[in-house]
Each structure stands twice: as structure tokens, then as C-alpha cells.
Design a protein around this ligand. Structure first.
Ligand code: ATP
Ligand code: NAG
Ligand code: NAG
Ligand code: NAG
Ligand code: NAG
Ligand code: NAG
Ligand code: NAG
Ligand code: NAG
Ligand code: NAG
Length: 868
């Protein structure tokens, strides 16, 4: 009845009419009458260019504007390259049901949408909005779909809590919108939600509990900012039975993959690049709906999973499977994984328990003659329970589980361990009745208030204070206070006397037994003898200087493997014939003991197939010695530059690409370590070591950190590294990023192709510095032969491969750091080149295809997200 603007009017009349309208609204508020003409003309003016078809004064006739009785219900001006800032009173369009502004370049603050209670669909993505007002989304009670994806200019904001009022919400897409904070636990009020897309933000924290039972089908939380991201377990997925697609890649999720057998519609599960541990559940392998799954670059353990034929799967990259092919693990591995399972598969175990032989340098485990004799998991912050599977380690003598947070009861099966001598569970939260062990077992249980003792004690040593034989804590003070409290003090003296006699015998005995590792670990603080054998302390192995002198023939000249900037490296030979590399640092300004030790703890945890394993260290007086795995074939530089002098053969191209890939994988792993990211800073052929199979491992990672003063968080350090391999920006500013290593890797690739050193002043001046010379020539690929090593055998296939590596080398040494790819890209480029020669196993083939998966692969995208 108040039809005012139904016919074309000129703008003057429009103006007066809107005044009239104001009058009406003031006088007759109860009718809630309004005219959207004023706002629409403001909107048309604010946009540049004016949207096509927006002419004439009847806005209801404008193209892609829909009205009902002169009230705007729908606006669609998507993808018209519009610029401008929206008028702030957008929410005066109170009848609006649909708003599509996506794919323009609209800037400034997004106007509030508050109280648009009819609004159902909103598309705002792909614009240049810079902020979102508080309460923007409140009262949107009809909202079904909200998308803001790719709003990269937005100031940091958090997921708006008021969206819980939109109980009809079906789809929420806030991918790549600069979100920070956590995912609120509100999904019990969003029961219609089917799609939740939050990729490419800087979100953190755990998955909300209210995901359980939600109807979400598409869940994208992938690619949060490097080094941040969602964390905690993904257990809740098991109860999200409507899931179809789960993208969790590049986060910090930990723990095991849950049993997803109730997720019967799940077809796409992307879990790569997290820190998941544990055995891949058989229920996942047999999940019939599954089509695509990626598990690579986690710390998954146990048997290598073999998925059905139709399933597209990536598994390789960093994982901790016991074997590279499918098939069961060694029974000792299976038992240890059963044990780890009841602790929730802690990360520190997954990091070290790699391969199929627990006696091959697994942390926390000590073997004798291939049998596990000691498990020392003291002070590891373990939660969960003590697994009955310990009973399957039939040769176990020492089991230390003290100072953790373990609950549950002590499995009775442990009493069947015939060899058991020490069981230490002090300071946990164990309950139930303690089982009764034979008297020879030193069973320490103090600090477990809920633990009961059945059977009334006896000589079994289950009473809290009777274990005066506990070597590490049994200081004289502790003993004497026990002693004075005990009424049976004569018995006490006898116990102490017996203990000392036993100790003396043990010290003698130790020298003669092969099984010294496990015993000595607990004895060392008591003896004042020369410390001549390695000592395990938590995750560190301390190598006494006497021991190192012994194995290197007193650091003799004949045992020198080489000299480097930091000191001399010696070959050491153990009694059993195994060799080690002993790096004795010359130390003018070495770090303090505490600082060095702290970094060694971290170094010890950094383990990867393509990193030279760090075995132990020695800090005594002025000695600073680091001990590494011995690499029998020496350095890459020897094989690349000095093969003639050494009377050896030049490396084939196949060997060279394989080495390049090994190095890329090792460095990629370093870069990806979440807690404390490593930047190598001194990557070069003399830090790349080779095994007898000519597979490469990267050496000296973390060394710069240990040597350089300045501490772990300083990004600006004195320039460390080696001339010729330094990225120009780093050399100029000292600013360290991962791109420093990418640059150095590019230089190594050039050296592999050319057989020429990064700096060689025996050559003409223009060729002196490898990088500019190489880049200049390869600028035209037709000239590639000019830079190719003469010792290479060049067939067509090889040439094609060399060109690809040359291209990668140039990419990696791009002058602008942001144009350099990340290490993962290097891996992706090299994988197919290596496979060209190596018979293809299915999983490796798929790893090559990872390129397709990898969103970060694309340069332009990685530029945006590399955080630089
Ligand atoms: N784990 C190892 N196994 C076998 N040989 C090794 C090992 N580590 C080092 N070497 C030998 O010792 C030499 C010196 O190594 P080192 O790491 O100290 O110096 P570098 O890498 O040559 O130079 P810089 O100290 O400037 O990094 C190497 O060139 C190599 O020949
Ligand atoms: C939305 O409505 C609520 C309640 O009617 C009111 O308190 C609030 O101020 C309104 N918000 C805006 C931005 O108009
Ligand atoms: C919009 O943002 C993009 C990316 O930040 C920028 O390249 C473009 O110039 C901006 N456009 C306008 C009109 O501000
Ligand atoms: C991501 O958020 C964290 C805090 O959670 C912050 O320290 C970090 O700087 C943020 N990163 C970026 C690139 O915004
Ligand atoms: C699957 O659902 C059934 C029925 O609700 C339930 O009993 C079972 O525990 C669920 N399985 C898992 C692994 O959650
Ligand atoms: C699985 O991945 C392949 C390759 O990335 C892709 O082409 C295909 O569409 C995916 N299939 C599904 C069901 O997502
Ligand atoms: C255990 O947790 C404490 C506190 O969170 C931490 O300081 C310590 O380093 C952790 N120890 C291990 C072995 O993880
Ligand atoms: C011990 O090993 C046997 C055979 O290897 C296995 O059947 C059994 O389940 C294991 N016991 C425990 C407690 O894990
Ligand atoms: C110890 O275990 C009991 C259950 O046995 C539990 O109620 C309690 O919270 C636990 N205490 C700690 C500190 O974990």
C-alpha cells in the first residue's frame, strides 16, 4: 500500500522520496517500512566501475539484483573486477537473502551483516577486504552458507563465536583468511553443518570435542602456518560418521590414527605432514569407501600398510615403518610397539624406534646378544598404562618406568620374567595390587599412593623404603635416614653391607662382560673408577674420554679421517669391529657445558635415514667431542672432485641424482622438524657422506648451532657457512632462513652436474665462481653440455635428466629468496628422475605423484604461504 518507487523516477525525486521515507519510518516504525533505493544508489556509486547493467533509477531492474515488493532480496556482482569500499549500512537491506560479491577487488572494512535475519547465502571471497567488524555475523538466523575464502588482506581475526546463532549453517568456508586462535567447541549448536573449510590459516589448538556426532562431511583444516597448526590427537574422527573428505595435512597432530571403521562414507583422507605415530590400523586399510589417502611424512610405525589396489596412497617420506615392504615386523618390534601403544605411542619413541632391529641403536632399549635386556623409560612424561606385553620380552633384566604419569595396575605377567633384576616404577600414579616378585628382583614402588600391596610384604622388597640398593638415589644421606627410621637396624646394616659387596663384584664383573651397557647405566655414579665405557643418560650417550682414546688409539695420526673447520675427525673401532667417527673439536670459544648439553639432547632426537646419526658426546674439561655413525665411503667431495687422485671411478649420473635426492630428503626433514626447526647452514659436498652403497647422508647438521655463540633463537647470527655456498642475502645480512639451505643445495646440484667446485680459482676468472657461470650458460639450455662433467656417460635419457636437475639448480639459486622453492619441491622433482632407473615399487611411484597432491608445489601459492 506504500508503493513509492515502483516506477522510474529521476534522482532528485528519489532524494526527496527518501526524505519522505525517513519521515515514514520515524512516524510509522511499527510497519517497518523501508526503501532500499538509498542504499542501492550509494552502493552503485561506491563501486568502480559501475557493475554492468546497473543503470536506470529502478534498482529492482538492475542486472542481477532481485527484489520482492521493492525490497532487495538478492545481489550478485561476482567476478567483475570491481574496486571500492562498501557503504557501512549494508544491513539496512533487511530482506536480503543472498549476497554474492566474490572475486572482485573490494577493499576496506567489510560492512556488518548483523541482524540480516533473512540472509541465507553469502559469498565474499577473493576480495581485498581489510577487516571484519565485531559482531558482523550476529543474528544471522537463516544463514546456510558463508564463504570468505582467499581474503588475504584481512587483518588477523578469530572464528566469530556469534556464528552459533546460525543454527541452519550448512557450509562455512573461511580458508586462507588470516584466521588465528582456536576452533571453538560449538559444533553441538551447528547440527546442520556439512562443510567446514579452514585451510591456510594460522589456527592452533586441538580438535573440539563437539565434533563428535556432528554431521560434517567435508572437513578441511590443512596447511596451517609453518611450525604452527592444529595439534593434539585426531581421535574424535572415529565418531564423525558422516565424513567424506578429511584434509589435515601440514598440521601438528600427534598420537595414533583412530579406528575409522564407522566412517563408512570416507573416501579421501589426507594426513601427511603431521606427527602421527603408531601402527596404521588394519580397519583403515580395509575401509572399503577409501579412495585417496596420504600418510607420508609422519612418524607412523609398525608394518608397512598395503592398501587395496584401487586406493591412491602416499606413504613414503618420513615415517618409521619397520620395513620398506609389507610383511610383519620382527617379533621384538611388535612387542615394543604393543608396549608403546599403551603409552599412546609417544613421539620420542617413534622418532627413534625406526627399522626392524631394536638392537640397532634404538633409544631407551639396550640389548645383549640380540636380546632386549634393559628398557629405560624413566622420566619420559609417559601417560597411559604399563602394557602386559612387557611379559613378552623374556630376556628383560632391567625395567625403569619411574618418574612418569602412568596409571592402571602393574601387569601380573611381569612376574614371569625369569631374568628380571630391577623393576622401578617409583613416582607414577599406579593403582591396584602390586604383584609379588621373587626376592632377587629389586622392585621399587614408592610415590604411588594408590598402589596396594597384597600378600603382606615378605622379603620381596615391595615396601617403599626398603630399596636402599637403588643406585642412582642411594646417596649416603638417603641410606642413613632410612636406617635411623628402621627398627630392624641390624638387618639394615646387613643389607647395606651385602649391597656394597655386590657392587664391588659388579664393578669387577663389568669389565669382563659383553653386556656392559645395560649394567653400567645405573652404576656409574657410584664408582670412582676410570670411566671407560659409554654411559646412557636418558636419551644421551656419554662417551668418556678414556673410552674415546681407547677406540682411536689415543687419537693417533693413522686414524685421522679428515680435518674440518671445527676440528679433526678420527676413525674409532669398537671391540666388536664396528666403527665410529669421532669429531674432536678444537675449542677456543666453545659454549658452556649446560648449553652444549641442552643442544645435544635435541641433536640426539634428530634422526633420519639421510642424516648421519649422532651417537654420543663427551664434555670433559677442555674436551668437546661428538661421535657419529661412520660413513665408509667418505665425503661426496672426494668422489666428485678427487676421484682421479684417489684412483677411484667417477660417479655415474644415476648415483649423482640418487645422492641429490638423499640430500634433499635429509634437509627437508631438518626443515620440517616442528618443535625446533633446523637450518643446516653449511650444506656442501664435504658435509655429504656416503655409505658403501653410495647412498648419501647429510652430516654436521646442528653443528653451527652448537659452535656459534648467540643461542638457539637468534635468527641474526654471525655468518657461518662456507664461501661459494652462501646465498647472497644471507652473506650480506646474516639473516638465516631455510632458503639458505635451498640455495646451498642448488650449488651442490651444480657441482654434481659439472664436477666442478663452487669456488675454483685455478680456473679462468669468469668461471671462478660456479653459480653465476652456470646460471649464465644454462640460461640457454642448448648450451648445457658446456657445464656438464666430462666424466659422465651422456645418453639421451641422461641428458634429459641432467636438464631437469640443472633447471632445479637454477630455481634453487634464484637471487630472490622468495622465488626459491622449498626443499619438498626439490624432493618432488628428483623422485621421478631417480625412479627412472630404479625398478618401481608401487608406493614409490605414488610418492612421485605427490606433486599432484602438494598444494605448496605451485610457486605462486608457496610464495603466499611461505611466510616470507
Ligand atoms: N661420519 C664420518 N664418517 C667418515 N668420515 C667422516 C665422517 N665425518 C667426517 N669425516 C671426514 O672428516 C673430514 C672432516 O670433517 P668435518 O665435518 O670436520 O669438516 P668439513 O665438513 O670438511 O669442513 P667444515 O668443518 O668446514 O664443515 C671430512 O671431510 C670427512 O672426510
Ligand atoms: C541487532 O539486534 C540486536 C537485538 O535486536 C540489537 O541489540 C543489536 O544492536 C543489533 N545490531 C545491529 C548491528 O544492528
Ligand atoms: C588487491 O590485493 C591484491 C593482493 O594483495 C593486490 O595485488 C591488488 O593490487 C589489490 N587490489 C587493489 C585494488 O587494492
Ligand atoms: C601464527 O600464530 C602464532 C601464534 O599462535 C604467531 O606466533 C605467529 O607469528 C603467527 N604466524 C604468522 C605467519 O602470522
Ligand atoms: C561404531 O559404532 C558402534 C555402534 O554405534 C559402536 O558400538 C562402536 O563402538 C563404534 N566403533 C568405533 C570404532 O567407534
Ligand atoms: C584422488 O587423487 C587423484 C590424484 O590426486 C585425483 O585425481 C582424484 O580426483 C582423487 N579422487 C578423489 C575421489 O578425490
Ligand atoms: C616432560 O615435561 C616437562 C614439562 O612439560 C618438560 O620440561 C620435559 O622436558 C619433558 N621431558 C621429556 C623427556 O619429554
Ligand atoms: C606375546 O607374544 C605372543 C606371540 O608372539 C602373542 O600371541 C601374545 O599376544 C603376546 N602377548 C602380549 C601380552 O602381547
Ligand atoms: C591417578 O589415578 C586416579 C585413578 O586411578 C585418578 O582418579 C587420578 O586423577 C590420577 N591422578 C593424577 C595426578 O593423574
Amino acid at each position: 500500500m506504500f508503493s513509492i518507487t515502483a516506477h522510474p523516477v529521476n534522482s532528485k525525486t528519489l532524494h526527496s522520496i527518501s526524505k519522505l521515507l525517513l519521515c515514514f519510518t520515524l512516524l510509522c516504525t511499527y510497519t517497518a517500512i523501508a526503501d532500499d533505493g538509498a542504499f542501492m544508489s550509494k552502493l552503485a556509486k561506491a563501486l568502480s566501475p559501475t557493475p554492468s547493467g546497473w543503470s536506470g533509477s529502478s534498482f529492482c531492474d538492475w542486472k542481477n539484483v532481485r527484489c520482492t515488493t521493492n525490497r532487495v532480496t538478492s545481489i550478485n556482482i561476482a567476478s567483475q573486477s570491481l574496486t571500492g569500499t562498501l557503504p557501512p549500512d549494508l544491513n539496512s537491506l533487511s530482506q536480503l537473502t543472498s549476497l554474492s560479491l566474490q572475486g572482485n577487488a573490494l577493499a576496506g572494512a567489510l560492512p556488518s551483516l548483523a541482524n540480516l535475519s533473512m540472509l541465507q547465502t553469502v559469498f565474499l571471497g577473493g576480495n581485498n577486504f581489510t577487516s571484519i567488524p565485531n559482531g558482523c555475523f550476529q543474528g544471522l538466523t537463516s544463514l546456510q552458507s558463508l564463504s570468505m575464502a582467499d581474503s588475504v588482506n584481512l587483518a588477523q581475526w578469530a572464528i566469530p563465536a556469534e556464528l552459533t546463532q546460525s543454527t541452519n549453517l550448512v557450509k562455512l568456508d573461511l580458508g586462507n583468511t588470516n584466521l588465528i586462535g582456536t576452533l571453538p567447541d560449538v559444533f553441538d549448536s551447528l547440527l546442520s553443518l556439512q562443510e567446514l573449510r579452514l585451510s591456510y590459516n594460522n589456527l592452533t589448538g586441538g580438535l573440539p570435542k563437539t565434533f563428535a556426532g556432528s554431521g560434517i562431511q567435508y572437513l578441511w583444516l590443512n596447511n596451517q602456518k609453518d611450525g604452527f597448526g592444529f595439534s593434539g590427537t585426531i581421535e574424535v574422527l572415529a565418531s564423525m560418521t558422516h565424513l567424506s573428505q578429511v584434509w589435515f595435512q601440514k598440521n601438528l597432530f600427534t598420537g595414533a590414527i583412530p579406528d575409522l571403521s564407522n566412517c563408512t562414507t570416507l573416501f579421501d583422507l589426507q594426513l601427511r605432514y603431521n606427527q602421527l605415530t603408531g601402527v596404521v590400523p588394519p580397519s583403515l586399510i580395509s575401509l572399503s569407501s577409501l579412495q585417496n589417502v596420504s600418510l607420508d611424512n609422519n612418524m607412523l610405525q609398525g608394518p608397512f600398510p598395503s592398501f587395496g589396489k584401487g586406493v591412491k596412497v602416499t606413504l613414503e617420506g618420513v615415517n618409521s615403518f619397520c620395513r620398506k615392504d609389507s610383511g610383519p615386523c620382527d617379533s621384538r618390534v611388535t612387542t615394543l610397539l604393543d608396549i608403546a601403544k599403551d603409552f599412546g605411542y609417544p613421539v620420542q619413541l617413534a622418532r627413534s624406534w625406526i627399522g626392524n632391529d631394536p638392537c640397532n641403536d634404538w633409544s631407551f632399549v639396550v640389548c645383549g646378544a640380540g636380546k632386549i635386556v634393559t628398557v629405560n623409560l624413566a622420566k619420559q612424561n609417559l601417560t597411559g598404562t604399563i602394557s602386559p606385553a612387557f611379559a613378552n620380552l623374556t630376556d628383560l633384566r632391567n625395567l625403569y618406568l619411574n618418574d612418569n604419569h602412568l596409571g592402571g595396575s602393574i601387569p601380573g605377567g611381569l612376574t614371569n620374567l625369569a631374568q628380571l633384576e630391577v623393576l622401578d616404577v617409583t613416582n607414577n600414579n599406579l593403582s591396584g595390587d602390586a604383584p609379588k616378585f621373587p626376592t632377587k628382583v629389586k622392585f621399587s614402588t614408592t610415590g604411588n599412593p594408590l598402589l596396594g600391596h597384597s600378600g603382606g610384604g615378605g622379603g620381596s622388597g615391595t615396601t617403599p623404603s626398603s630399596d636402599s640398593g637403588d643406585a642412582p638415589s642411594g646417596s649416603p644421606n638417603a641410606i642413613s635416614s632410612d636406617f635411623s627410621l628402621s627398627p630392624a637396624w641390624i638387618a639394615g646394616i646387613v643389607v647395606i653391607a651385602v649391597f656394597f659387596v655386590a657392587l664391588v663384584l659388579l664393578v669387577f664383573f663389568v669389565g669382563h662382560t659383553k653386556n656392559w651397557y645395560g649394567r653400567l647405566g645405573k652404576v656409574k655414579n657410584l664408582e670412582n673408577e676410570k670411566k671407560v665405557l659409554p654411559i646412557i643418560e636418558g636419551e644421551c650417550v656419554i662417551m668418556p674420554i678414556h673410552f674415546l682414546r681407547q677406540v682411536t688409539k689415543n687419537f693417533s695420526e693413522e686414524n685421522i679421517l679428515g680435518r674440518g673447520g671445527f676440528g679433526v675427525v678420527y676413525r674409532g673401532e669398537l671391540e666388536d669391529g664396528n666403527k665410529i667417527a669421532v669429531k674432536r673439536m678444537k675449542c677456543g670459544s666453545c659454549k658452556g657445558t649446560k648449553e652444549l648439553e641442552a643442544e645435544i639432547v635435541v641433536l640426539r632426537k634428530v634422526r633420519h635415514r639421510h642424516l648421519v646419526a649422532f651417537l654420543g658426546h663427551c664434555i670433559e674439561n677442555d674436551e668437546r667431542v661428538l661421535v657419529y655413525e661412520y660413513m665408509p665411503q667418505g665425503t661426496l667431495s672426494q668422489h666428485l672432485f678427487s676421484w682421479r687422485e684417489n684412483d677411484s671411478t667417477p660417479l655415474s649420473w644415476k648415483q649423482r641424482v640418487t645422492i641429490a635426492l638423499d640430500v634433499a630428503r635429509g634437509v627437508e626433514y631438518l626443515h620440517r622438524l616442528a618443535q625446533q626447526s633446523f637450518i643446516h647452514r653449511d650444506l656442501k659436498p664435504s658435509n655429504i657422506l656416503l655409505g658403501d652403497d653410495m647412498r648419501a647422508k647429510v652430516a654436521d647438521f646442528g653443528l653451527v648451532k652448537i659452535i656459534a655463540p648467540g643461542g638457539k633463537d637468534s635468527v641474526w647470527t654471525q655468518v657461518a657457512g662456507t664461501l661459494g655456498y652462501l646465498e647472497p642475502e644471507y652473506a650480506a645480512t646474516g639473516r638465516v632462513t631455510r632458503k639458505v639451505d635451498v640455495y646451498a643445495f642448488g650449488v651442490v646440484l651444480m657441482e654434481l652436474i659439472s664436477g666442478r667446485k663452487a669456488l675454483d680459482n685455478s680456473l679462468d676468472e669468469e668461471m671462478w665462481h660456479l653459480v653465476p657461470w652456470f646460471r649464465r650458460i644454462v640460461n640457454n639450455m642448448e648450451n648445457i653440455l658446456q657445464v656438464t662433467d666430462e666424466s659422465l656417460n651422456l645418453d639421451d635419457e641422461t641428458m634429459e635428466s641432467i636438464c631437469k636437475v640443472a633447471e632445479l639448480a637454477c630455481h634453487c639459486t634464484a637471487p630472490e629468496p622468495h622465488k626459491r622453492p622449498d626443499m619438498g619441491h626439490g624432493v618432488n622433482v628428483l623422485v621421478p628422475l631417480v625412479e627412472q632407473w630404479n625398478p618401481i615399487s608401487t608406493h614409490q611411484q605414488e610418492e612421485g605423484c605427490d606433486v599432484i597432491y602438494e598444494e605448496n608445489y605451485d610457486m605462486s601459492i608457496s610464495e603466499i604461504f611461505s611466510g616470507r
